[in-house]
Design a binder for this molecule. Structure first.
Ligand SMILES: [Zn+2]
Length: 320
């Protein structure tokens, strides 16, 4: 269902408020319009709707688990630009062409398929803000089911192990909630290891006959000992041996983007290290809950669980 969306446009001089919604305004919408009027007539910085500020997304239609590239075009050269998506601000970086800004948004695996409004806001050298809306259609992802048999000790956990697993999970949640203002990543992300894709992203997993958490990364099958490299520049924020993930390395790429390299035979970096794209982080292994040598590679973007292969694809179009 399309959520009724109200867009307020203010003329540069005459401050005319224009309603451009495609839906009939319900009573609560009218209330919102009045509130918006009051807010917009208050002194302070206001946003100017600018028809010349354009937004495009790549791909044009995305699905659950995708990474989407958002690019804004402006005839003037904005000093800065950002977008608002799902109530949060996402910074954009200058693009290849003059007047363009670009950034990435992650569509979590469980995002409800619908049409979502993205608002782009650009600011020129004098501090004047321009705003324009954009509608992004998010479709349903197609995820297969995988049946696995694992040793009982890896599935039915005793109280002590369960406590360990819960502590590790909350440590990771806190980590991914940490937003780093600095952007370390730049341009295209690379595959951390060559090798066959043995398990895709989003697989619905049935382990020993019971439905468990979906597979929120990709498995790249490779020989034990193969070097695993950093997908892009970042800071090492975790090197540890975790119950499910085994020997793990996690990179913070800045601006809410994290990459994870799991089941390693060994990590070859330490927490706090700065790495460049292509730097060796460790070696392929089969530690933790794993049935053979492979790399589980996962991406979190502002906590959204997204398909790393989708990041590879769209990031090719980013400015190096
Ligand atoms: Zn995996």
């Amino acid at each position: 269902m399309l959520v009724p969306t109200l867009t307020i446009t203010i003329g540069h001089r005459d401050r005319v408020v224009q309603e451009t919604s495609r839906s009939v305004i319900p009573v609560c919408g009218l209330k919102f319009l009045l509130l918006a009027l009051v807010f917009l007539l208050l002194p302070g910085k206001s946003l100017h709707a600018d028809d010349n500020l354009r937004i495009e997304s790549l791909p044009g239609r995305v699905k659950q688990g995708d990474v989407c590239l958002i690019r804004t075009y402006s005839p003037v050269s904005p000093k800065s630009a950002y977008i608002e998506f799902q109530g949060e601000r996402r910074l954009l970086a200058p693009g290849m062409q003059n007047g363009t800004y670009e950034g990435l948004i992650g569509i979590d695996l469980s995002t409800k398929p619908d049409t979502y409004e993205i608002k782009a806001i650009a600011t020129d050298a004098s501090g004047r803000g321009y705003s324009t809306p954009f509608f992004l259609k998010i479709g349903k992802g197609v995820f297969k089911t995988e049946k696995l048999s694992l040793p009982l000790s890896m599935v039915d956990l005793d109280a002590k192990t369960l406590e360990r697993v819960n502590n590790e999970a909350s440590r990771l949640t806190t980590l991914f909630q940490t937003y780093t203002d600095e952007r370390f990543w730049k341009g295209a992300f690379i595959r951390p290891v060559e090798g066959k894709l043995s398990s895709t992203f989003g697989l619905d997993r049935i382990i020993n006959g019971k439905r468990r958490s979906p597979h929120t990364g990709v498995d790249l099958e490779s020989q034990a000992g193969t070097p695993v490299v950093a997908s892009n520049a970042g800071k090492v924020v975790l090197v540890d041996d975790l119950f499910f993930s085994g020997k793990s390395v996690i990179l913070d790429h800045g601006w809410g983007l994290y990459s994870m390299y799991l089941h390693l035979s060994e990590g070859q970096v330490k927490e706090g290290d700065r790495v460049e794209r292509g730097d060796v982080l460790g070696r392929v292994g089969s530690t933790g809950r794993s049935t053979g040598p492979h790399l589980h590679w996962a991406i979190r973007m502002n906590q959204a669980r997204v398909d790393p292969l989708s990041l590879l694809k769209v990031s090719e179009h980013l400015r190096e």
